[in-house]
Each structure stands twice: as structure tokens, then as C-alpha cells.
Ligand binder design. Structure first.
Ligand code: FAD
Length: 544
């Protein structure tokens, strides 16, 4: 029977070990974990800071005894794998409790050591006792205990990615003052700038002191200093500025490391050594859309890869579609989900794309809790192949994004999506939901039924004194409008076409680009052949 050793006892490691056991009752399976816990919920760690997860122990899903009893897997916590001898097919392990080192041989070795939070040594004071990174249960317990024992009131979270935002939100819920410092000009890089604005406003409205385009340079006992020279009160600092794959073990064993810094693996997650597999945050993966290597440190892909690696050990063929990158987050009352590539990534990948932006309600407007759903769909030009989507709103944004993620997996086009038949009743959705609506608009664009410019170009249009018609009602216009926009409400448009020039481009906008789209078509039907819809949200413009 086979002897399988697994390095790392969380998402990728535990997943591989459990699948291997399901495939082979006779295998000897040993899983080494350097820390005191296996199989914990990394993703739920931030929720301990607000008390949503009250007890740290609840974050641990399975203990070594469970692994032994349920899976006959020898899960060895506090055991660190120090090195791999590929010739002898052995690993050297240190029992961190006893200090003893020992050797274990293998037929197959699986590496899932994950990735380490980045802690740049160039930051003054980065190794102080009041600086924390969050990766595991021990880390979150340490941070929470420090904050409680020292009555910390002011906290700086560095990095406004998923983990940073979740930590900021949970500390706010716990009554703390939180500064969120981000070096880029927007939070959440998987979102496009326009979509990120909505969440940024929500964080701001909930008291998060957001500091964008600025980076941490110094940590002191009661404050931090950022690049611009600003001092911010902070007795505790959480660094959440990304992770770097833990490749040392693999590198020292001479395994091939890819250009992205992750371990290189093949279709079946085999490394450059045919008896060693690698999965999870430590590997580099293949982007199905960009058609290039990338890294994607997320739990879903880690689980998928774990199953595939175990399958391959037992000669079960795997499908490997590469990754597309799907994610979701809540920030106070708003949710944001993304899948596929965003505009920046598509530009970097040199893919010709266009996008549509629609803002339907997430359920029938008469229903309680109906809210606008900001939905952006990106597709390839001229093929219409779906490349990505982003959704932000108070409702279930993820169900819309999950449809798009599945469409990308199946190489669907926007035309295919117009035929998608999704569950509807007034409490849940609208008969023509965001997915249908965006795909219909995109199909119209592909077929040249109308033209559009993105809302992000509005400032440029205003500056060059373009002819802009605001087709909202008078009262809406009076509450705030673009400086040089002419107000001709859609309801009056057909009677007032003589106010609109035919010898220059005419840009139309409303609140969500829907009325202006109808206005475009009405004008086109009246022989205006140079009308252009401003695609996007007027709410978005206010945020710029
Ligand atoms: P890990 O889960 O990091 O496990 C690797 C383990 O290997 C570690 O416990 C480490 O101690 C151990 N190890 C390393 N080297 C050795 C060695 N030499 N010997 C023995 N043991 C070793 N993903 C999502 O998809 N959605 C989310 O909402 C989400 N939220 C997150 C929130 C937080 C706070 C964090 C930290 C991560 C979050 N993630 C989320 C990411 C997700 O947790 C990771 O992608 C996933 O856990 C990766 O699994 P892994 O097995 O590769 O690595």
C-alpha cells in the first residue's frame, strides 16, 4: 500500500489527505502541521475580533483526534517538515514540542504549506510588539488578546484588500477607531475603480478613516506615520498587504519555482519531481482568461487542487480549466463580488474588451429591502465571450456573479447569457435580472444598436464642453447635475428634440443609464445618428 505524506494541515493539505483516504482505505497517510491546529477556518478569523465567532476554539473545525477517528489519518500538529531528500524519498521533521527531529519516508509527498503575510522590513518598527499579521488561529487570538488587555482604542489596518477590510469592519463593530491605509488609489484591487467607489463610501460612512494612495513608513507605540508624512493614532497595527508563497522547502529541494514566485505544477499539480505534488497558496496557477501564469491564494481553488492531486496519485483523470478568480466580500451593509478579469487586468493581458454597466433593483421594487444592484459585465470584442463581472449592492450580489463564473467556465458569450433562465419571484429577483439585462445591453452594443462611453469619461466630456443631455426629471436634475448638462427629461424628450443638435455628438445620461439608453434609441429613431449613452451610475459620478 502507498505511504502519502502531506505538508500543511489546512485547506489544501487536509483536503488532499481526506480525498486520498476516500480513494484508498489501505494507504498510510501522515499530515504534518507546524502550528497547533489543523483544519481551521482561515476565512472566519476576522469575525473573532467582533465576537461573531466568540470563542477562538470554534475556528478549529477538526482536531487530530477527529482525523484519526474519522479518516484514519495521522495528523501531527506542532511538527514542522524541515527538508526533503528527493533521492531517498524522505522528509526530515522536527517535533516542535519535544525538539526531537526524525525522518519519514514517502511514496508520494504533497506540499500545501500556504503563503506568509508580507512584512516589509523597510518599515520602521515593523517588528514591534504592536504589529500583527493574520494567518491562523494563534495570530487572531494574539491580536484580540493584545487589544483587550491593553484597552486599545485606535487601530491601523494596512492594506485594503479582502482581509484588511474584514478586519477593519470587525474592529468597528467592536467599537474601535479604525484607520485603513492603502497604497493604491482604491480599495479592493479585483474591483474596477468605479465599482470600488461604492464600497469606499460605505466604509467611510461607517466611520472607517480611509487613507488612500499612502503607504505605512513608521510604527510607533501610539501612532503610525505614512509616506505623505501624516501621523495617525494607532496603538495596534495590522498588516494585511498580501502574502508570499512559502516556497523555501520546495526551493531547497530543487523543485522548479515559476516566474510568479509560486511552485510550478502541471495539469495534475505534480511539481518538477514526479513524486511530489503541490497545491494551494504556494503554487502558481494558470489564468484561463489571461492565458498566463498567476497566483490566486483563495480557499476554493485550494480545495479543488487538493482533490485533483489526490486523484492523480490514484490515476484518476482530472479536468483542469485553469482559474478565473471569483471572490465576494461584505463591507457593512454592502456586498461586492467579482469574477474573471477586471478592466486593468484585461488591459495588461492585451485582451480587446468592452463592458456594460446596469443598475437594476435586486428584487421587485415593491418588496421590502429592494435595493439597486450595480452590475458590470465585461466581454471580449468582437466575439462577445464573457470575461468577467463585478456586482455591488446590499443584496445577494454573489448569486449574480456565480452565474457569470459558471458562464466563463463554459466559454459562454453575452448572446448565450441573454437566454439564461434564472429563478424569479418578487422577493428574490426581477423577471429580467441583472445578468439578463447586462447581456441584452451588451448584445445590443455588439450589434451596433447604440453607442456608449463609460461614466469614468464624464469629467473629460465636461471639460471639453460636450453636449450632454440629462434625461432625468426636473426635480432630480435640480438636486444636483453636471455643470453644463441640459435637462430634457425622457418624458418630454420626444416633444423637445429641436433643442438637440444634429451636427455634433450628443451624450445622454440619467441616474443608472437606463432612461438615457431609452432616450438614445428614441433619438436614433428620429434620425439623430450621433447619440451616445453615458454608461454607468450618476451616483458613481458623485463619488469621483
Ligand atoms: P494554509 O491554509 O495557509 O495552510 C498551510 C499550513 O501549512 C499552515 O497552517 C502552515 O503552518 C503549514 N506549514 C507550512 N510550512 C510547513 C512545514 N514546513 N511543516 C509543517 N507545516 C507547515 N479565501 C477565500 O477563498 N475566501 C475567504 O473569505 C478567505 N478569507 C481569508 C481570511 C483570512 C484572514 C486569511 C488568512 C485567508 C483567507 N482566505 C480566504 C485564503 C484561504 O484561507 C487560503 O487560500 C487557503 O487557506 C490556502 O490553503 P493552503 O492549504 O494553501 O494554505
Amino acid at each position: 500500500s502507498k505511504k502519502i505524506l502531506v505538508v500543511g494541515g489546512v485547506a489544501g493539505g487536509a483536503g488532499t489527505a481526506a480525498r486520498a483516504r476516500r480513494l484508498d482505505e489501505d494507504a498510510e497517510i501522515i499530515m504534518f502541521e507546524r502550528g497547533p491546529h489543523v483544519s481551521f477556518s482561515n476565512c472566519a478569523l476576522p469575525y473573532h475580533l467582533s465576537g461573531v465567532v466568540k470563542d477562538c476554539d470554534d475556528l478549529v473545525l477538526m482536531c487530530p483526534t477527529n482525523f484519526a477517528e474519522q479518516y484514519n489519518i495521522d495528523a501531527r500538529v506542532n511538527n514542522e517538515v524541515l527538508s526533503i531528500d528527493r533521492e531517498a524519498k524522505t522528509v526530515e521533521v522536527k517535533n516542535l514540542k519535544s525538539g526531537e527531529t526524525y525522518t519519514e519516508d514517502y511514496d508520494k509527498l504533497v506540499l500545501s504549506p500556504g503563503a506568509n503575510p508580507i512584512k516589509p522590513q523597510s518599515i520602521k518598527g515593523v517588528n514591534n510588539d504592536n504589529v500583527f499579521t493574520i494567518r491562523n488561529v494563534v495570530d487572531i487570538d494574539k491580536l484580540n488578546t493584545y487589544v483587550e488587555e491593553n484597552d486599545v482604542e485606535d487601530i491601523a489596518v494596512i492594506g485594503a484588500g479582502y482581509i484588511g477590510i474584514e478586519i477593519a469592519e470587525n474592529f468597528i463593530h467592536n467599537g474601535k477607531n479604525v484607520a485603513l491605509v492603502e497604497a493604491m488609489d482604491q480599495i479592493l484591487q479585483p474591483l474596477d475603480y468605479d465599482m470600488a467607489q461604492i464600497l469606499q463610501k460605505e466604509l467611510h460612512d461607517n466611520g472607517v478613516n480611509m487613507i488612500l494612495s499612502d503607504a505605512l513608513t513608521e510604527v510607533h507605540d501610539d501612532h503610525i506615520v505614512v509616506e505623505s508624512g501624516k501621523k495617525i493614532d494607532a496603538e495596534a497595527v495590522v498588516l494585511a498587504i498580501g502574502v508570499s508563497p512559502e516556497t523555501e522547502l520546495a526551493e531547497e529541494a530543487g523543485l522548479k519555482i515559476g516566474k510568479t514566485g509560486g511552485i510550478e505544477v502541471n495539469h495534475n499539480y505534480v511539481t518538477s519531481d514526479p513524486d511530489i505534488y503541490a497545491v494551494g497558496d504556494v503554487i502558481e496557477v494558470y489564468s484561463k482568461i489571461a492565458r498566463s501564469k498567476t497566483r490566486l491564494p483563495l480557499a476554493g481553488p485550494a480545495q479543488r487542487q487538493a482533490r485533483a492531486a489526490a486523484n492523480h496519485i490514484y490515476n484518476i483523470p482530472n479536468k483542469n480549466n485553469g482559474v478565473i478568480g471569483s471572490s465576494v466580500i461584505r463591507a457593512f451593509d454592502y456586498n461586492a463580488a467579482t469574477t474573471g478579469l477586471n478592466e486593468k487586468q484585461l488591459k495588461d493581458a492585451g485582451i480587446s474588451y468592452d463592458f456594460v454597466y446596469v443598475i437594476p433593483t435586486d428584487k421587485v421594487g415593491l418588496m421590502p429591502d429592494a435595493n439597486p444592484l450595480h452590475f458590470k459585465l465585461l466581454y471580449e470584442v468582437p466575439t462577445g465571450k464573457i470575461l468577467g463581472a463585478q456586482a455591488v449592492g446590499k443584496g445577494n450580489v454573489d448569486k449574480r456573479i456565480d452565474v457569470i463564473a459558471t458562464s466563463i467556465l463554459l466559454d459562454a458569450t453575452v448572446e448565450d447569457l441573454t437566454e439564461s433562465e434564472l429563478a424569479y419571484a418578487p422577493l428574490f429577483s426581477t423577471p429580467r435580472n441583472a445578468v439578463n439585462q447586462a447581456s441584452l445591453v451588451a448584445t445590443n452594443l455588439i450589434n451596433n444598436r447604440f453607442r456608449q462611453v463609460p461614466v469614468s469619461k464624464v469629467r473629460e466630456l465636461v471639460e471639453k464642453d460636450a453636449f450632454i443631455v440629462d434625461v432625468r426629471e426636473k426635480e432630480e436634475y435640480e438636486m444636483g447635475h453636471l455643470v453644463n448638462a441640459v435637462n430634457i427629461p425622457l418624458s418630454e424628450l420626444r416633444e423637445r428634440t429641436d433643442e438637440i443638435p444634429k451636427d455634433q455628438p450628443v451624450y445622454l445620461h440619467c441616474r443608472s443609464a437606463q432612461r438615457s439608453y431609452n432616450a438614445c434609441l428614441a433619438l436614433q429613431g428620429r434620425d439623430f445618428d450621433n447619440v451616445i449613452n453615458i454608461s454607468g451610475s450618476f451616483l458613481g459620478i458623485c463619488c469621483y
